[in-house]
Design a protein around this ligand. Structure first.
Ligand code: ZN
Length: 337
């Protein structure tokens, strides 16, 4: 097997390139081994960049590389050149920072055997399969009219335990009903490393980008019943008069308003429709200082709405334009309070 990675060293540090398939064959078959990769990774120290342009490959190899990069002491910046699909998208998630070209794609498809992530995720995946029966029943009971209180009571009465081995509460039932993983989707980077030296995990409340991937793994319940459960949840909350939270989300026509900021001057980005000679209509978010006061006040930041639509932005985010090799990339960092 050909080595599927490549190191380049220059004054900026080390860059690791993955171009093409990640271990097209099993990487145990010959001398291209995980150990060899690890030895090369740890042969030097300092921050590294990882360039990815790969349609995927062996998911298991992808996971091992992901884990090794996660354990690596220096900062890991992942740059997606054009495509990071399947196994390559797993590697991409090892980045302390992920930079995507506006034309690049991050894609995770749906082999039944694939569970994204590290050891803990695999364990939860196995648990997920084990709890399938209870999960299915909870969804069915809920959409057919039972409340979370009754469902919890019945499960306890039958001696069923939660995944954590505890008793059922209405809130545990509700958490299952709300969890997108049961319909096969996944939100990546729910946790992130606050400090890449200690690799301490924190819950991602929007401090880093999170990506929502549909159909990441085999679902336990159908999308239809999952959506139905969300509807029922909303209706019951409305009936109780405490649905403001869920309703508010839909009131804002442009949920990104007030969320994006210019990296150069700090001003908010405003939504604009560009009418150009070439493409008839294009929606962009542009620095409001630049719009109001012109180039002298700020050189401006502009980003396509289409580019943003691939990201989930929940926290105030600074958008930075990065030029590298004649191409424009965007870097997203959370705006400090
Ligand atoms: Zn600006």
């Amino acid at each position: 097997m050909k080595k599927f990675w490549n190191w380049v060293k220059n004054e900026e540090g080390r860059t690791l390139y993955f171009d093409g398939y990640i271990a097209a064959d099993s990487w145990y078959d010959d001398d291209i081994t995980p150990q060899k990769f690890k030895a090369e990774l740890n042969a030097s120290v300092g921050n590294i960049s990882v360039w990815l342009n790969s349609p995927g490959g062996d998911v298991f190899a992808g996971n091992q590389i992901y884990n090794m990069l996660k354990e690596y002491k220096g900062k890991v910046t992942v740059k997606i050149d054009a495509l990071a699909a399947s196994a390559a998208s797993v590697i991409a998630m090892a980045g302390d920072e992920i930079v995507m070209s506006p034309v690049s794609m991050l894609m995770i498809h749906n082999p039944a055997t694939m569970i994204f992530g590290e050891a803990a995720d695999f364990q939860s995946g196995i648990k997920m399969l084990g709890e399938a029966e209870i999960v299915e029943r909870i969804f069915n009971d809920y959409v057919s009219g039972k409340g979370t209180f009754v469902i919890a009571k019945e499960l306890n009465a039958e001696g069923m335990l939660t995944v954590a081995g505890g008793r059922w509460h209405p809130s545990t039932v509700l958490n299952i009903l709300k969890n997108e993983k049961y319909k096969g989707d996944v939100k990546l980077q729910k946790t992130y490393s606050k400090d890449h030296l200690t690799k301490k995990k924190c819950i991602n409340h929007g401090e880093v980008d999170s990506y929502y991937i549909e159909e990441n793994h085999s679902p336990i319940v159908t999308k239809k019943i999952w959506e139905e459960a969300q509807q029922v949840m909303l209706q019951r909350a409305e009936a109780k008069g405490n649905a403001t939270d869920t309703k508010g989300k839909h009131q804002n026509r442009y949920p990104l308003t007030g969320m994006l900021f210019c990296s150069k001057c700090g001003a908010p980005l405003t939504r604009r429709t560009w009418n150009s000679k070439y493409d008839c209509k294009k929606i962009v978010w542009q620095c409001s200082t630049y719009i109001k006061e012109g180039k002298k006040a700020c050189l401006g930041t502009a980003i396509d709405d289409a580019t943003l639509s691939r990201l989930t932005i929940k926290q105030k985010t600074v958008v930075e334009e990065v030029l590298k090799g004649g191409q424009k990339y965007y870097r997203y960092t959370s705006k400090s309070k």
